[in-house]
Design a protein around this ligand. Structure first.
Ligand code: PGA
Length: 248
């Protein structure tokens, strides 16, 4: 499995940042053994796709319906029409801020698949849940409920993102990442068989140039979903480099 490194720009990015996006695309091209993509605000997708020629641009969410009376929402078909090739669904910021349920996320993933997009479904526990010893139960529960029965590695990846590690500079102990990814893999293969064995499991939450090599060396960590460190080519490149090295 090639390592998959995906940037998530969240609610960041203006026209002026198209040059940085182009810089990220050209830096990523130096690491042919690494697959990568950048998930941008919907407003930038079309222009970024034109600016980067061949680099994979994605969205960060989509509506579960293809069209209709949903003021302010963007459908998966619209993302695809703008040139996006994938979308994130179920990021913890949307689970928390927009009260998205596992059922919503499953419906969104299916809508994205129907529009021809690849999908990254996010799961992860809060600090309180981890401190209560419930991390595994919560994450495996989210996984069971958020993934549709049609899940397979050719269109779907999972991102394990401990909520308390996102944007905080804190990451879990390597043993905790290893335990979680092993359990996620076990559920995927039990439920989906060989198709589940091929689903990539990304780690997300404060991945950066310093910790990427360690995180990407953990078994069943097939890549990273990267927020803050994906905002500039200079911060993002060391993660591509670490991913390339781990594949050697
Ligand atoms: P972070 O965000 O790398 O800034 O912690 C990751 C994410 O939320 O996807």
């Amino acid at each position: 499995m090639r390592k998959y490194i995906v940037g998530n720009w969240k609610m960041n990015g203006m026209s002026a940042d198209l040059t940085e996006i182009a810089a990220i695309a050209s830096v990523s091209a130096k690491y042919a053994s690494v697959e990568s993509a950048l998930c941008l605000p919907a407003t930038l997708i079309g222009r970024a796709v034109s600016a980067v020629e061949g680099y994979i641009i994605g969205g960060q969410d989509c509506h579960m319906n293809a069209s209709g009376a949903h003021t302010g929402c963007v459908s998966a078909a619209m993302l695809a029409d703008a040139g996006a090739r994938l979308t994130i669904v179920g990021h913890s910021e949307r689970r928390a801020d927009e009260h998205e349920s596992d059922a919503d996320i499953r419906a969104k993933a299916l809508a994205a698949k129907a529009a021809g997009l690849e999908v990254i479904i996010c799961v992860g526990e809060t600090l309180e849940q981890r401190d209560d010893g419930k991390a595994l139960e919560i994450v495996l529960g989210q996984l069971a409920q958020s993934l549709p029965d049609a899940a397979s590695g050719d269109w779907l990846s999972v991102a394990y993102e401990p909520v308390w590690a996102i944007g905080t500079g804190r990451i879990p102990e390597d043993k905790d990442v290893a335990d979680m990814h092993r359990e996620i893999r076990a559920q995927l293969t039990t439920r989906f068989g060989p198709a589940g064995a091929a689903i990539r499991i990304l780690y997300g939450g404060s991945m950066n140039g310093e910790n990427a090599a360690m995180l990407l060396s953990i078994p069943d960590v097939d890549g990273g979903l990267v927020g803050g460190a994906s905002l500039t080519a200079s911060k993002f490149e060391p993660i591509f480099a670490a991913a390339a090295k781990s594949a050697e």
